[in-house]
Design a protein around this ligand. Structure first.
Ligand code: FES
Length: 231
């Protein structure tokens, strides 16, 4: 696994896939080979000398570096306005524990979280469409999936797979429901606010069954068995 470094990221394309979800295609000054689930910090200029850093999962796809992002605040809104040719500063790859390369795991992803598992090989992918149009993300990555719209549809689809191993990029509450109802095992991509990105601030700590863990150093992928249920 390669160590994080500062790289220049030139924007090749930045376009909407569907409402509020964008694909950002970059050319990096150094080749990086991100593992599924790893992320980068992007420094986004907002004008008047102001800039903010935001973490994004990134992929190598079709010889490009790709970020799929959703507009959720000022950072991602500013990012959506950047044009091809602009050059950003990035720190990557971050996240010391990506997904394992177990090709037998069944995949489940929801909405824009699909980007975290888009690089995994698997016998089967279930995609939960949270909002209209999100299947454009599947098409972008040229992935085939069973598309589901409700929790009930998901439960019906997973019932015959009880006891199997999964790689999940969905809300942790939903993952825990699947685990308790169908006794599934495997890994899950977790999300939290990330500040320093290299283990110093504990700003990204999440509570697990084996104590507090830092998302940027101990994750962002965790064993499903470790995910803590709030009673
Ligand atoms: S973001 Fe600082 S320890 Fe993870």
């Amino acid at each position: 696994m390669s160590y994080p470094r500062i790289v220049k990221a030139e924007i090749l394309k930045n376009f909407p896939l569907c409402k509020d979800i964008y694909a950002l295609e970059l050319s990096l000054s150094q080749e990086l080979k991100p593992l599924p689930g790893q992320f980068m910090f992007l420094k986004i200029f907002q004008g008047f000398g102001e800039s903010i850093c935001r973490p994004f999962v990134f992929n190598s796809f079709n010889e490009k570096t790709v970020i799929i992002y959703k507009i959720v605040g000022e950072g991602t809104l500013a990012l959506s306005k950047l044009k091809p040719g602009e050059i950003l500063s990035a720190i990557a790859p971050l996240g010391k524990r990506p997904f394992s390369s177990n090709q037998e795991n069944i995949l489940i992803a929801s909405g824009v979280k699909l980007a975290a598992i888009a690089g995994l090989q698997s016998p089967e992918l279930f995609f939960i469409e949270e909002n209209k149009g999100e299947r454009e993300i599947l098409q972008y990555f040229q992935l085939k999936a069973t598309i589901l719209k409700t929790k009930e549809e998901l439960f019906e689809a997973i019932k015959p797979k009880a006891g199997k191993r999964f790689s999940l990029s969905i809300q942790s509450e939903l993952a825990l429901e699947l685990k308790s109802n169908f006794n599934i095992a495997g890994e899950i991509f977790m999300q939290a606010r990330v500040a320093c990105g290299w283990g110093a601030c504990y700003g990204c700590a999440i509570e697990t069954k084996s104590g507090y863990k830092r998302l940027c150093i101990d994750g962002p992928v965790f064993n499903l068995e470790d995910v803590y249920r709030v009673n």
